[in-house]
Design a protein around this ligand. Structure first.
Ligand SMILES: *Cc1c(COP(=O)(O)O)cnc(C)c1O
Length: 467
């Protein structure tokens, strides 16, 4: 292969290539995939190539698999375009962005009934995954520090969650050498049962992590009951085991739709909470938050102070540089929507979810697992014995022919024989779209029911869906 020749490449000046249609240009019919081209191309050509290629991606509005925001209003888009150059770590250079981040932390602390919302500690992150890592690290360090003070070994920490936990917690346990202890979900209880929590905790448990809005089904785990069980345990044995609530999806739903539900810092045992700003916080990806109950819940020895940006800023984060625009968008939403607005958005999503789940439950082939009354997410299975010609993976594929992306996937270990399908209703999935979706779902079922024989064998392995 000839070497790139800088002299030769300069001979072909870009303006000489400015011909339309651009794909008729010599050499541009084949764009190398895995090596950089010797010569550049016109911005419009590069744009067109990438633009055309992502047409093959699914359409975000019809993506009923994701929890992540795909639509914001025009004023938010304008703000985004004005601030995409902001680096969140440059707090000394962008002090106002930093101040707005702080404000959002206190707003969240207040929504979650922190005892001292004006002084609560918290940070923004790239998403709940980073937020969970930070919360988990704080819990591990807090446990280590307390064990050291008592002269006890610190080599075998464990952490407890349900088998329906989001993959980030398995990562946390794996990456930071903490043993994961699972409480299995079963068909009778699709959530972590308090009595079973008690059977797996011990003096090495750094925390119990219930989920507010289980990824698989949308259910809230019974956090107050788990806290009560741990209170009783402490009264009996002295063991004081903290709770972290993974409220990735429920943290900005429950305060509006279930204001009387006690799941947050009202429970003294809840030491930290995370939420994804880019889920029901209604901000484009990637934004997460983690808030600690009180300063002592975030061990001082995890906080770094960096001087090379000017100033002396405390930071606790895995990333250094990271976009700041999403933080501004979160504050935009807090201002723009207020509590009434968040209520209206989440309530609309819930109404659409409940409308759809009722209709799907009444269709005949399906049995609902959840109906969207916790977070606006619901899941269903195919009734036992309904058909041997098709399954939910086939249905998922049929729905794709209409552009809808609805995942089918197995339940977690212990229930992995059960396949379910899930719809996440997000802002922008209107009642009008819901009616169209329902029509296409019925058409897909009619088609599958009309088959004379079974569809080709298909398993979870080829469906490619990941939480
Ligand atoms: C989505 C989710 C996560 C991961 O959050 P990201 O913001 O996607 O990183 C963690 N836990 C739960 C319960 C989730 O639903």
């Amino acid at each position: 292969m000839p070497h790139w020749n800088p002299h030769k490449s300069q001979m072909k000046l870009p303006h000489e290539l400015s011909v339309n249609p651009m794909f008729a240009l010599e050499g541009e019919d084949a764009v190398p995939r895995f090596r950089m081209r010797d010569q550049g191309m016109l911005p419009e050509t590069a744009y067109q190539i990438v633009h055309d290629e992502i047409i093959l991606d699914g359409n975000a509005r019809q993506n009923l698999a994701t929890f992540v925001t795909t639509w914001m209003e025009p004023a938010a888009d304008r703000l985004y375009a004005e601030s995409f150059d902001k680096n969140m770590i440059d707090k000394d250079e962008y002090p106002q962005t930093a101040a707005i981040e702080e404000r959002c932390v206190h707003i969240l602390a207040d929504l979650w009934h922190s005892p001292h919302p004006e002084s609560t500690m918290g940070v923004s992150t790239t998403g709940s995954s980073e937020a969970c890592m930070l919360a988990g690290l704080a819990l591990k360090r807090r446990w280590q520090n307390s064990r050291k003070r008592q002269g006890k070994p610190i080599d075998r920490p464990n952490i407890v969650f349900s088998s329906a936990v989001q993959v980030v917690w398995e990562k946390f346990a794996n990456y930071w050498d903490v043993e994961a202890r699972y409480v299995n979900v079963t068909p009778d209880h699709l959530y972590m049962v308090p009595e079973q929590v008690l059977s797996v905790v011990d003096e090495n448990t750094i925390a119990v992590v219930p989920i507010l809005g289980v990824t698989y089904t949308g259910l809230y785990e019974p956090i107050a009951a788990i806290a009560k069980a741990l209170d009783d345990l402490q009264a009996r044995t002295g063991l004081d085991i903290p709770i972290h609530v993974d409220a990735a999806s429920g943290g900005l739903v429950a305060p509006f739709l279930q204001p009387d539900l006690v799941w947050d810092f009202q429970l003294p045992r809840v030491k930290s909470i995370n939420v994804s700003g880019h889920k029901y916080g209604l901000v484009y990806p990637g934004l997460g938050w983690v808030v600690w109950r009180e300063a002592e819940d975030l061990p001082e020895d995890l906080i770094f102070r960096v001087s090379y940006l000017g100033g002396n800023m405390p930071t606790f984060a895995l990333n250094f540089s990271r976009p700041g625009a999403q933080v501004l968008l979160q504050y935009y939403n807090f201002l723009r929507l207020g509590k009434d607005g968040y209520y209206a958005v989440q309530k609309t999503c819930q109404s659409v979810a409940q409308f759809l789940s009722a209709a799907i439950g009444n269709m005949g082939p399906f049995e609902l697992f959840t109906d969207g009354s916790d977070i606006p997410v619901f899941a269903w299975r195919l009734k036992d014995g309904y058909t041997s010609n098709w399954n939910l993976y086939h249905l998922s594929q049929q729905l794709r022919t209409y552009g809808w992306q609805v995942p089918a996937y197995p339940m977690p270990p212990n229930m992995e024989d059960v396949t379910i399908m899930r719809v996440v209703v997000r802002n922008g999935f209107s009642m009008d779209l819901a009616h169209l979706f329902l029509m296409n779902l019925k058409q897909a079922v009619t088609y599958l029911d009309s088959l004379d024989g079974p569809m080709p064998h298909q398993t979870k392995k080829d469906n490619g869906f990941h939480h």
